[in-house]
Design a binder for this molecule. Sequence first.
Ligand code: MG
Length: 404
Amino acid sequence: MPADTSHLNAALIVAAGRGSRMGHDNGGLAKQFADLGGRTVLSWPMQTFLEFPDISFVQVVIHPDDRALYDGAVGDLAAQTLPKLLAPVPGGASRRASTANGLEALKAVQPDTVLIHDAARPFVDPDIIAGLFTALETHDGAIPGIAVADTLKRATAHGAIDETVSREGLWQAQTPQAFRFAMICAAHEAAAQSARTDFTDDASIVEASGGTVGIIPGDHSLRKITTQADLAWAQARAQRLTQMETRVGQGFDVHAFGDGDAVILCGVKIPHVKKLSGHSDADVAMHALTDAILGAVGDGDIGTHFPPSDPQWHGADSVVFLEDALRRLKERGGRLSHIDVTLICEEPKIGPHRAAMTERLCAVLGLSGDRISIKATTTERLGFAGREEGIAAMATATVALPMW
Ligand code: MG
């Protein structure tokens, strides 16, 4: 049912805790606002849920005193995902009460399902989310869990073993925990009215109300940050996940001269006694640069994505190709560091137009001028460029891409 996109799915992140177990070691800062790879712990699961295609809303529950810390976490997120984010709501006196406040707020958008997640579990694998949605097709709720591998002992308060407990069928419950929205709301309302205060997760609240909860294999990376040792583990993992690598791509292009009165190079129209012929605007420099970026990403070339046989690119402004390559880079979490373009021709002279070309590329690429190099050379009158039959362009693009 929930994999069907006609259903609305919401994520509810409970981030209202005060982190008492981290205590003074962490300067009193709640663990969900600790630094993790240069951003807050909370922003990690927020980003995962905001980027998950079948999740339409993300609701966070915070402690009323933590609004500034929450705003800092939001500042760590990719701006294009933010429209899914609902305004935070304040938590209550217990985790159960905090979750109930979040569910109440979500009633305004009437989701069909909700994933309830502990903010202190920063690493949510999208495959787990997908697995939970599948399990919800046959259950009222579904949670990820780890089958207990260690032998279990019950001990006395004095540290002596009382008995060995069978680990048969025992699982450690993790989050996110997925539920049909109407079911979890009704179960929470019943729990609020009961005398029980021993609910430690949302699945137990649904179990108590008679609902069925499925369990799917969880992951050790869903580990909850409770102690300083947990935080150190998470920081090492975050560092690995955010590691970037430098890549260099190259591009080369040639266009022949035809009858005309101007050429377009790096998006700048330069008066000349000829034009460059080609299917698009024949901006040989932008074509080489587009191929350089695609090369760095390892995603084909300009002809793969914009076949010359396709009539819609006839006379096209080549900025379309360059922006597409840039989009492909950004989709992989990459960023452009530097570009270097060499134009090879006798005429026109490039020098007088270099500043305008740089300015145009700054605007298109979002780079500062010191990260853009435009050079020109002749071939000493040798070859096709020397005979003024056309213009060649070479380009390199240096990019930073996530390593993992
Ligand atoms: Mg070309």
